[in-house]
Each structure stands twice: as structure tokens, then as C-alpha cells.
Design a protein around this ligand. Structure first.
Ligand code: SAH
Ligand code: F3S
Length: 431
């Protein structure tokens, strides 16, 4: 059997795209996955281009892989960097055999045997394409509910790499999730760049359905016990959506609300469509209707023109919302984005200092939040067997929890009492 080495960088969508590629390849001929690069017949790097660093790393990685690969093995570059650099990747690194964009993963079997094939069409419509079945973790299914992104956040390259936003018809989604449930998944993660903009435009159908309606429809699937989704956009968090989130028992009480900046002026320059006050108001509504929910966020520091006062606004939102989880980044100018052309680019040292300050304060908040978990009870869905007689899973609100145990716990949702806390995870005992 041929062996496949696949490296996946970036977001959850890329993780799902890798699963799609594995499924498609396996329909043509079976591949065994390997973590040993030198054994692989096919090497795929599924790239991210949201920030500059991983893109720069790609070419040195291709060089290393080319030296270590076995004779005749092929190297393919997939994902967002493939979309935006296209054939230039092969020009710069001729050892790359094919390039396949983030919106074209269903074409993997067409490019894999064609020397120097490049498929990077961002208009290609995969929304009604039924992918073959492959899941890394049988207990949890990831399902794309839309592809592409219709927003034009001025810092973000994703609309240029993933194309226009198209929602996938809800009947297809129910079919796909039901299949996953029938093979052991109790949890689904709905994926999209703007999940709560679902239904704005479908590919071949004229269905009328919004995200709240979709959540209601999916919750009716028998045997499905947990629904997660990422990422919603703060702009589309209307009251009906927050009420559904709070009251639907199948929806896990963990929500990502990407802030980007706390300054209304910068949010405008970013074209995010909400103000500092709107954002805080949405989070307050979530906290009021659903006090057990955890809120995570993304923040960019050093966006062009960010003044001390703008950054103070970001710190202020952090104090007010107290995000349970925070992904924070230094602004990275990207090709095909408006902000890369803005004049007032911020000095790297200043951005670095702001990032350190933000992360240090968030770490203090996180420590308080995690310490407060001691003695609490969480319902944990166990999905991974560890080597040291331990099993791990996620609480309903998304915390990583470890207990002593064996295989029998896998696929079970069990109450656990927390006996030890740390910044990244909790230790518990079964009760
Ligand atoms: N649709 C998602 C975002 C996808 S990009 C959403 O709205 O949440 C993931 C995250 O990467 C963004 O939320 C942003 O915080 C970060 N990001 C995107 N472009 C960036 C850039 N040019 N520099 C730094 N961080 C960036
Ligand atoms: Fe990027 Fe904004 Fe879409 S962050 S993915 S353009 S919502």
C-alpha cells in the first residue's frame, strides 16, 4: 500500500481539508498514513497564509523534505499559500510536483499524477460536492457548512485564497452529520469562516435557512449530543442566535467571538462592521443568558495606525469580557489586502511590547479562571487515549480534562470532578 505523509498547518478548516484530501485519495487507491517522511510515497503540505511567517517557512521546509524523501516520492503544496502563490511555488521550488488551492481539495486525485499541475481556482464551487468519508477522530466529526468568505476585513488574506462565501444546503449537512453519528461521533464541529452568516447564498439551491435555523435542524439528529461551531462573526450575533446558543442543550457552551481590536476607530479601518460597544454588548448578552459559557477570542496588535489609546481600548475589552481563551497575534501585512498599503505601519518593537502586555494580562486572568475550577464538576466527552494510563476529553465548555482510565471511556460523556488545575488543562476523577 502507498504511504501518505500529510502536514496540516493553520485553522480547523485546513484540518478538515486534509481529511477531505485523504478521503478522495483513498477512493482512488488506498493510502496508509505515515508520520515518517522518508517512508512516504506522497507528501502533502497543507499550508496557511494568514500570517507571513509560515509562508516564509514553507520554502525551507520543501528543501528539507526534498532531501529526506525517498526516491520517486511526490511533494504537493495545498491550502491557502497554494491559492495565493499558485505556479510561483513551482518556479521557486521545482521539486514540488503539484499545487492545489484551499478551494480545490476535491480535485486532489486529478493533480496527484500530473507533473507540475496547478489547481487554484477560487471560483470553483465545492459546496454541493459530496466528499468521501474520512475522519481522524471517530468520536468527533468536523463538517464544513460554508466555504469561502464574503467579508473584506482589511488585514485578511482569506477571501483572496478561499473565494466567495457559499453555504452548503442543510439537507446535505444533515446527511453528512447523520452518517458520522452512525459511525460513532456524538459531537459535530460546524466549520466556516463566518458560520453565523450561513444561508446568505447557496450554490445550486434557493433554500431559505439561517444559522439559528440550521442549529435547530441539526439538533434534531438522533444520537448527536454535542454541537460546536467556529468561527461566528460578532456582527451576525443577533439576539435570536444568542438565545438559541444559550437555550439549546445540544450546543456546547463555548463560543469564539473574534474581537481583533477594542478600538472602534481601528475596527472601522479593519472593516469589521461593529464597534467596541456592540462587541461588549454581545458578550454581556452571552454572559447574562448563559453564565456557564466560555468565550474565546482573536486579537491583533499593531494594526496600522494603532495608537496607545487604541491599544488601551483592546486592554479594556479584555478586562470587561475576561476571555477564557485568547489567540493573539502581531499584525502581519499580507498581499491582496488593503491594510498592507496603509501608511501608518507600526514599529515591530512596539507591536511586540503590546503583545507581551496583552498576553501577560490574559495569562493572569486565565490562571484565576482555571484555579476556580478546583472541585467543580464537568461533563467530559472522552476521545483520546494517552500513553500513561490516562484518557483525555473536552468539557462542554471546551476545557481539556485528563483522568486515569482506559479505552472503555472513549466515546463516553461522563461527569468528572476536577482535582488539579493548570493553565492549559484540568485533572479530574470520575464520579
Ligand atoms: N473568519 C475568522 C478569521 C480567520 S483568520 C474570524 O472572523 O474569526 C484567523 C485569525 O487570524 C483572525 O481572527 C485574525 O485574528 C488573525 N489574522 C488574520 N489576518 C491577520 C494578519 N494579517 N495579521 C495578523 N493576524 C491575522
Ligand atoms: Fe478574514 Fe474577516 Fe473573513 S478575518 S476570514 S475576511 S471574516
Amino acid at each position: 500500500m502507498k504511504k501518505l505523509f500529510i502536514e496540516t498547518l493553520g485553522c480547523a478548516m485546513n484540518v478538515r481539508d486534509s481529511e477531505h484530501m485523504i478521503a478522495e485519495l483513498n477512493q482512488k487507491e488506498p493510502y496508509e498514513l505515515t508520520e515518517e517522511l522518508s517512508e512516504a510515497d506522497l507528501i502533502i503540505i497543507n499550508t496557511c497564509s494568514v500570517r507571513e511567517k509560515p509562508v516564509a517557512k514553507l520554502f525551507s521546509e520543501i528543501g528539507v523534505f526534498n532531501k529526506r524523501k525517498k526516491e520517486g516520492a511526490k511533494i504537493g503544496v495545498a491550502g491557502c499559500t497554494a491559492s495565493h502563490l499558485g505556479k510561483d511555488i513551482i518556479k521557486r521550488a521545482p521539486s514540488v510536483d503539484f499545487v492545489i488551492g484551499a478551494r480545490n481539495v476535491s480535485k486532489i486525485t486529478q493533480v496527484v499524477d500530473k507533473k507540475h499541475a496547478v489547481e487554484v481556482d477560487t471560483d470553483f464551487d465545492e459546496s454541493t460536492y459530496a466528499f468521501g468519508e474520512y475522519r481522524t477522530n471517530p468520536f468527533k466529526a468536523m463538517v464544513n457548512i460554508s466555504i469561502g468568505c464574503d467579508k473584506s476585513c482589511t488585514f485578511c488574506i482569506v477571501p483572496a485564497t478561499r473565494g466567495d462565501e457559499i453555504s452548503i444546503p442543510s439537507d446535505l449537512l444533515v446527511q453528512e452529520i447523520t452518517k458520522a453519528v452512525n459511525t460513532g461521533a456524538k459531537e459535530v464541529m460546524l466549520l466556516g469562516q463566518n458560520v453565523n452568516n450561513y444561508g446568505r447564498r447557496f450554490g445550486g439551491t434557493d433554500e431559505k435557512m439561517d444559522f439559528t435555523g440550521l442549529l435547530r435542524k441539526i439538533s434534531k439528529i438522533d444520537g448527536l449530543e454535542r454541537i460546536r461551531f467556529t468561527s461566528p462573526h460578532p456582527l451576525h450575533m443577533d439576539d435570536a442566535f444568542i438565545e438559541e446558543f444559550a437555550s439549546n442543550p445540544k450546543i456546547c457552551k463555548q463560543i469564539h467571538v473574534p474581537l481583533q481590536s477594542g478600538s472602534t476607530e481601528l475596527l472601522k479601518a479593519m472593516k469589521r462592521g461593529y464597534t467596541k460597544e456592540n462587541f461588549i454588548n454581545r458578550c454581556e448578552k452571552i454572559r447574562a443568558l448563559c453564565p456557564e459559557a466560555t468565550i474565546s477570542s482573536d486579537i491583533i496588535v499593531g494594526f496600522p495606525g494603532e495608537s496607545d489609546a487604541d491599544f488601551a481600548d483592546t486592554m479594556d475589552v479584555l478586562e470587561k469580557v475576561r476571555f477564557e481563551q485568547l489567540f493573539s497575534f502581531k499584525y502581519s501585512p499580507r498581499p491582496h489586502t488593503e491594510a498592507a498599503e496603509f501608511e501608518a505601519q507600526i514599529d515591530n518593537t512596539l507591536s511586540g511590547a503590546r503583545l507581551t502586555k496583552l498576553q501577560a494580562r490574559h495569562t493572569e486572568i486565565l490562571d484565576e479562571i482555571m484555579d476556580a475550577q478546583l472541585g467543580t464538576v464537568h461533563h467530559v466527552y472522552f476521545d483520546e487515549l494517552k500513553s500513561n494510563g490516562r484518557v483525555s476529553g473536552r468539557s462542554d465548555d471546551g476545557k481539556l480534562v485528563f483522568v486515569e482510565g482506559s479505552e472503555e471511556l472513549l466515546g463516553q460523556i461522563v461527569p468528572v470532578k476536577i482535582v488539579k488545575t493548570s493553565r492549559g488543562a484540568l485533572d479530574g476523577v470520575l464520579i
